[in-house]
Design a protein around this ligand. Sequence first.
Ligand code: UTP
Length: 289
Amino acid sequence: MRIRKAVFPVAGLGTRFLPATKATPKEMLSLVDKPLIQYVVEEAMAAGMNEIVMITGRNKNAIEDHFDRSVELEHILEKKGNMELLEMVRSISEMCDFIYTRQKEPKGLGHAVLRVKDVTDEEPFGVLLGDDIIYTEGSPVMTQLVDVFHKTGGSPVVAVERVPMEAVSSYGVIDGEPLGNGLYLIKSMVEKPPRDKAPSNMAIIGRYILTPDIYRHLENTPFDAKGELQLTGAINSLLKERKVYALEFKGKRYDAGDKLGFLKATVEFALRRPDLGDSFLQYLKTLKL
Ligand code: UTP
């Protein structure tokens, strides 16, 4: 079964990036010259998903505008004869079909995903978080997850990464049985465990493939002490009923929702760019570090 829909929860407050995110969504922060969200939409499209479902919140109009046509800008570029830029600007609005829905209050990732129950309906769907930017030399991470989804006969799968033990309390963490080639059968998962209670250092990052039965579990998962409905809690409940897998993906992840992670991504993406890499490297070498 083809996975057509990709869900992007973009309703968070982005408090780690204030004041930049006071009036601008963090997903619109630019990595070199492209907003974070566009990298992730391109990753979903590469995995065959061409219906993009955005769960937005307050101050998120810039995301809709970015993926919409900009007739005035197109007109000016056309008049100036700048066909290359015109083509690039147009291609963004022609990328795929976009559906927008709103999460009125940021009550957690699980609460955000539950908003699209009627949109994804009976189909499996991808979930991608715009602040996890992942560089791969081979298949993009969503494509790696789609392969696992098919190989396991249509089971939900989450992307995981080994993180330092002192960082586990910032993530959902899995206890998994290794099956080889980076694949794990998840036995349980726990959200933001203290270091001494973490079952492993395998952290869930922002890529998932979920099946419609997740909604029943989301509806039955209580809000946590902070008033948030966690997706991890619902998946933990789902895996008592069916097999759920974790894939230690191949690639390098940057937490672009965090200032240091964003800076690392900026430097490394700029260095990889054929049009900028050499001159940027020359500049970096002039810095007496
Ligand atoms: P984060 O916790 O990283 O995002 O959620 P945040 O809350 O915006 O950022 P900080 O921690 O305050 O800096 C991961 C993703 O889930 C979305 C966010 O937009 C982000 O892409 N999210 C989170 C929602 O859409 N709704 C929520 O209620 C919470």
